[in-house]
Each structure stands twice: as C-alpha cells, then as structure tokens.
Design a protein around this ligand. Structure first.
Ligand code: CTP
Ligand code: ZN
Length: 151
C-alpha cells in the first residue's frame, strides 16, 4: 500500500501498533496509559483487515515501548504487531509474545489473596495463551481475560 493510501497518516518517528482487534482498542489505550502521554497520538478503528476482519491501529509519535509495556499489550491484544518507525521507514517489526510469567501488572481476582490486602507484588503463571488465563503464585486462583484488571 502506498503512503498516500494509508488509512491513518504515516509517522516520522515512533511506534505503530497494528493489527489490534477493533474491540480491544480502548483496552490497549488504557493498559498503556496513553491518555496520560503528551506525545502526538493518532488512531483508527474498524479498519479493514484480511486477518482480523476489523482492526484498530495506534500511532504514537516519538515513543518506543518498554518491555513491561509490550507485556501489558500482549495481555490485552496478543495479535498486535509493533512497528518501529525512524525517518518514515519501518526499521523493526515485532510480534508481541505473551510472557510465561506476569509480575506486577495484573491484579489477582481473588479478593482474599494476600496481594490484595498487603503490599505484595502480584505474580502469575500463564496457564493458557488464547484466551489468556493466569494462575496466581500466592493463592493459585485463576484470573481470566474477562476479569483481568491492570494495576
Ligand atoms: N507506518 C506508519 N508510518 C510510517 C511507516 C509505516 O504509520 N512512516 C505504518 C503503516 O501504516 C502500517 C505499519 O506502520 O500500518 C507497518 O508498515 P508496513 O510494514 O509498511 O505495512 P505492512 O506491510 O502492511 O505491514 P503488515 O504486513 O505488518 O500488515
Ligand atoms: Zn492471588
């Protein structure tokens, strides 16, 4: 696709998060805390995608995601692809991988879990990837995608 046909304008430097399922756009915005950034951000949703039916895309100027941000993204939109843009060119493409362990990102859905009443960093093992299911290291209760709340 040529640049003039892009559905959302090209960016000069920064990160393009592509292939986000359309219904996960706002979850991604929330999990990455994009509302708090001063960077220029453009996004589109319900765009045509051969793989996903409808996809969303987010373009963040002058930002490159940290590892913990990539892990958060993987938890809400495992199909997303990260493109690093420099001088208008795609210099790197990364798939997001759901990590084996998730630490300090997600809340345990068990209200009685120690992580919910003491200052203990949450820790989970990923027991299923799609949909994502996490097992708490402390109480062993499962937290699924539907109940997943970020810290
Ligand atoms: N992009 C952008 N600004 C640029 C270059 C690329 O916003 N200066 C965006 C494109 O719009 C696209 C994504 O970055 O959404 C990846 O670009 P490219 O690899 O050229 O597109 P595709 O080949 O369609 O990527 P894929 O195969 O991952 O869909
Ligand atoms: Zn727990």
């Amino acid at each position: 696709m040529s640049k003039k046909e892009l559905q959302v304008s090209a960016i000069e430097n920064g990160t393009v998060i592509d292939h986000i399922p359309a219904d996960k756009l706002f979850a991604v915005i929330n999990v990455l805390g994009l509302a708090e950034l001063d960077n220029a951000i453009t996004f589109g949703t319900n765009l045509k995608s051969t793989k996903l039916g409808k996809k969303a895309i987010i373009k963040i100027w002058d930002k490159f995601l940290e590892d913990d941000e990539v892990n958060k993204l993987a938890l809400v939109a495992p199909s997303a692809k990260i493109n690093i843009i420099r001088d208008y060119e795609v210099v790197e493409k990364k798939k997001v991988n759901v990590p084996e362990k998730v630490e300090g990102i997600v809340k345990c859905m068990n209200p009685k879990c120690i992580t919910n009443y003491e200052k203990v960093r949450t820790k989970f093992t990923v027991v299923n990837n799609s949909p994502i299911v996490l097992r708490c290291h402390y109480c062993e209760k499962l937290t699924d995608q539907e109940h997943m709340e970020m810290i």
